[in-house]
Write a protein that binds this ligand. Structure first.
Ligand SMILES: [Zn+2]
Length: 402
């Protein structure tokens, strides 16, 4: 691997900056002809040809062969060289970790889902996380020196720029990304989990040409990811998207953020879980009644499984949450006028059961002229959105424009 370009990028030389732009272009567009590329980056064809030749020699760019066209000349297609580097993405969940590695072209080389893990805000949990990552790297057959970045998804308040995580693993004055670099001996970046899922759908999921997108992460909690004009929107310190903590209800339900009446208290996986327990204890019947009354622990996945087995009580609860959430997404649509709204996260596995009430409420509560622009779709990457997004972010962050 030719690391000279990375060093040049750090120094900010003009040539390296243009090459970085070309890599960025191919991260988003996969492949193109030299003519298309020169138009996109606004440089002459001879200049771009020279740069592409250099980058092929440096192994960053690959000649993908001739473009199939009808008649005339066949121009060559260029794109990223898959063997030029590797990037690791780590998605931390409450009870498990998903981890993956992609090549330079963005293709998944290896992925491990559901590695047992308990997320606690302790030094021990942080050490366990590092052990899991090291073990994963250990078993990879690729050249370890070519692993260029590890991006880790963490829930809560994360500043990707400074590398600080404020909600989890905030033990001292040093940024978490620096602590992880010390422990793992690889470059590490961190990001908010919902933002990573959003980016995953954007680069490798259900997004095709859309540039203004809202991704709704309906899991145990509730948050959104925002893409404006093709760029992920982080806000000043990386705290954007805390949709779940908007004061919406005059209820007495205490949110884990410490406040009352947050949207999340009635429109989230945890709200659905709480309502199920309440209703079963009041005598409502469900496939899960027996287990709940016996004091067994029920997970969100158990409820989703019951929905997909047509359990009426659980379906009612999903509908109730969908309706409440949809009426608030209607507000987002009025504000942002997005081209696409993606419904993702754990609860999105209920498919039509959650989509229909969301769509109906959006139609009912948003401005008609505005909502006509918004395509409401289900997440394509499903439970892999986080890990794929983390891998893609790990790559983008090495080459992103500042
Ligand atoms: Zn809250």
């Amino acid at each position: 691997m030719n690391k000279i370009l990375l060093q040049e990028i750090e120094k900010g030389t003009k040539n390296a900056m243009i090459k970085k732009k070309i890599i960025n272009y191919y991260i988003k567009n996969v492949s193109s002809t030299i003519t298309e590329l020169s138009k996109e980056i606004d440089l002459s064809i001879p200049t771009v040809t020279k740069l592409i030749t250099e980058m092929c020699e440096e192994n960053y760019i690959d000649d993908y062969g001739k473009l199939e066209t009808t008649g005339g000349r066949y121009p060559n297609l260029y794109g990223l060289n898959p063997k030029s580097g590797y990037f690791i993405g780590v998605d931390i969940k409450q009870f498990s970790i998903n981890i993956g590695i992609i090549n330079f072209k963005g293709e998944m080389v290896d992925i491990e889902m559901g590695i047992p893990y308990l997320l606690e805000n302790t030094h021990k949990a942080l050490d366990n996380l590092c052990e899991i990552i090291s073990r994963f790297i250990e078993k990879q057959t690729v050249d370890k020196k070519k692993i260029l970045n590890i991006d880790i998804n963490i829930s809560g308040r994360v500043n990707p720029e400074s590398g600080y995580s404020y909600s989890i693993f905030y033990f001292n004055e040093i940024p978490l990304s620096d602590i992880l670099f010390e422990k793992l001996r690889y470059k590490v970046t961190i990001d908010n989990d919902t933002r990573a899922m959003t980016y995953g759908e954007y680069i490798a999921g259900c997004v095709t040409n859309e540039k203004d997108i809202i991704f709704v992460n309906l899991s145990w909690g509730l948050a959104i990811g925002i893409i404006i004009d093709g760029k992920i929107y982080t806000g000043k310190s990386g705290f954007s998207g805390e949709f779940g903590h908007v004061k919406t209800y005059d209820n007495e339900i205490l949110c884990h953020c410490g406040k009352k009446g947050c949207l999340e208290t009635e429109a989230s996986g945890s709200a659905m879980h709480r309502r199920l327990y309440e209703l079963v204890k009041e005598g409502a019947s469900s496939l899960l009644s027996k287990r709940i009354l016996n004091g067994e622990k029920i997970t969100l996945d158990d409820i989703i499984e019951a929905v997909n087995k047509e359990d009426v009580l659980c379906i009612d609860l999903v509908e109730e949450i969908g309706q409440k959430l949809g009426s608030q997404i209607a507000g987002l649509i009025n504000i942002f006028n997005p081209e696409m709204v993606i419904i993702g996260g754990t609860v999105s596995a209920t498919g039509d059961y959650i989509m229909q009430p969301i769509k109906t409420a959006i139609k009912k509560y948003s401005l008609n002229l505005v909502n006509k622009d918004s395509n409401i779709v289900l997440s394509k990457l499903k439970d892999k959105a986080g890990v794929i997004g983390a891998c893609m972010l790990a790559r983008s962050k090495v080459f992103e424009d500042n």
